[in-house]
Design a binder for this molecule. Structure first.
Ligand SMILES: Cc1cc2nc3c(=O)[nH]c(=O)nc-3n(C[C@H](O)[C@H](O)[C@H](O)COP(=O)(O)OP(=O)(O)OC[C@H]3O[C@@H](n4cnc5c(N)ncnc54)[C@H](O)[C@@H]3O)c2cc1C
Length: 280
C-alpha cells in the first residue's frame, strides 16, 4: 500500500474518493479487516474514521439523521434512537459484541450489504432513506432500492454514503425486531426480522416487514404485507401473513441453518409481530 488519506470533512472525503477511485474506503474496518489477508494489498486507503461530519445522530424535523460513520455504540447510547427508533437500538445491541459495536458503523453495514447485515431489515421496516454524496452532488435513495443482489448495491463508484435518514414513526405504529442466531453475542444471524405495523382501532392499516438471511439480499416481504393490510391484528391475519410469506421467500440451506428452519422461524416471527401489534 502506498497511499493513505484521512479526510476530516465530507467534502474532502468525496474529493479523495474521486481522486483515487481504486483506493479502499475504510470506516470502522470490522468488515474489511476480516478478509484483508486474503485480498491483494490495496493501492491506498481513504480512511473515514476521522471525519466528524459523518458521525452523530440528530433529529431533523420528522426524521432522525444518522451520519454514515455513526458507530453501533453511538446508536446503542442514543436517547433519540431509544425514543424514536428503538428497533434500531435493539439491532445495534446485537451486532457482534461491544468491541465490534465500538468500531463498526451503520454506513459500513449498509455498504457491505450482506444478507445477514443486522441493521438492514430494520432500515427496511422503518422505510429509511440514504443520503449519498459524490463530486456530482448529493442524492437521496430509498433504502428499499439500494440492495440490488448478493452484496451488491446501487452505490456508484464515486459515491460515499453520507447518512441514513429514518422517518420518526407515529404513535400508532408498532415496531418489532428479533434476531435469531446461535447465541446472544458474536453470532451471525440465522434469520432476522423487523416490522412496522400501523394499527388503528385494532385494524392494520399497513405493515412493513423487513427480513434478513432468507434471500440473497435483505428484503421487504410484499405479499405478507399485503396479507396484513386492512385486516384485524389477530390470529387469522397472522396465519394469512405466514402463508403469504411461504409463497414469497425461498431461503437457502447453508452452514448456519437449513432452508426449512429459516422459513419456519421467519413465519413465526411475523406471526408474533402481528399478534403483538394487536395487543399493544
Ligand atoms: C467479529 C465480528 C462480528 C460481527 N458481527 C456482526 C453482527 O452480529 N451483525 C452484523 O450485521 N454485522 C456484524 N459484523 C460485521 C460488521 O461489524 C458490520 O457490518 C459493521 O457495521 C461494518 O462497519 P465498518 O465501519 O466496520 O465497515 P468497514 O469494514 O470499514 O467497511 C465495510 C464496507 O463498507 C464500505 N464503506 C464503509 N463506510 C462507507 C461509506 N460511508 N460510504 C461508502 N462505503 C462505505 C467499505 O468500503 C467496505 O466495503 C461483525 C464483524 C466481525 C469482525
Amino acid at each position: 500500500m502506498t497511499g493513505y488519506l484521512r479526510p476530516t470533512s465530507l467534502a474532502d472525503a468525496v474529493a479523495a474518493r474521486a481522486a483515487h477511485p481504486d483506493w479502499l474506503v475504510l470506516a470502522g474496518g470490522t468488515d474489511l479487516m476480516v478478509n484483508a489477508p486474503h485480498r491483494p494489498v490495496p493501492a491506498g486507503i481513504v480512511d473515514l474514521w476521522g471525519c466528524a461530519e459523518l458521525r452523530g445522530i440528530a433529529r431533523d424535523g420528522e426524521t432522525l439523521r444518522l451520519g454514515a460513520g455513526t458507530t453501533w455504540l453511538d446508536v446503542v447510547q442514543s436517547a433519540l434512537v431509544a425514543a424514536h427508533a428503538p428497533i434500531l437500538g435493539a439491532a445495534a445491541r446485537e451486532i457482534g459484541a461491544p468491541q465490534i459495536q465500538a468500531r463498526g458503523t451503520i454506513g459500513g453495514n449498509v455498504a457491505t450489504s450482506s444478507p445477514v447485515g443486522d441493521s438492514l431489515p430494520v432500515l427496511l421496516a422503518l422505510d429509511a432513506t440514504l443520503g449519498l454524496a459524490s463530486p456530482r452532488g448529493r442524492r437521496v435513495v430509498p433504502y428499499r432500492d439500494f440492495a440490488t443482489g448478493y452484496r451488491t448495491t446501487s452505490l456508484d463508484a464515486d459515491e460515499l454514503i453520507a447518512a441514513v435518514v429514518v422517518p420518526v414513526p407515529d404513535a400508532a405504529t408498532r415496531l418489532s425486531w428479533r434476531k435469531v442466531g446461535t447465541r446472544a453475542a458474536q453470532s451471525i444471524s440465522k434469520v432476522m426480522a423487523a416490522a412496522a405495523i400501523h394499527v388503528e382501532d385494532g385494524v392494520i392499516a399497513w405493515a412493513r416487514f423487513g427480513l434478513g438471511a432468507v434471500a440473497a439480499r435483505p428484503i421487504r416481504a410484499a405479499a405478507a404485507e399485503a396479507a396484513a393490510a386492512g385486516r384485524p391484528a389477530d390470529e387469522a391475519t397472522a396465519r394469512a401473513v405466514a402463508d403469504a410469506l411461504a409463497g414469497e421467500i425461498r431461503p437457502i440451506t447453508d452452514v448456519r441453518s437449513a432452508a426449512d428452519y429459516r422459513l419456519e422461524v421467519a413465519q413465526a416471527l411475523l406471526v408474533r409481530f402481528v399478534l403483538n401489534a394487536g395487543r399493544s
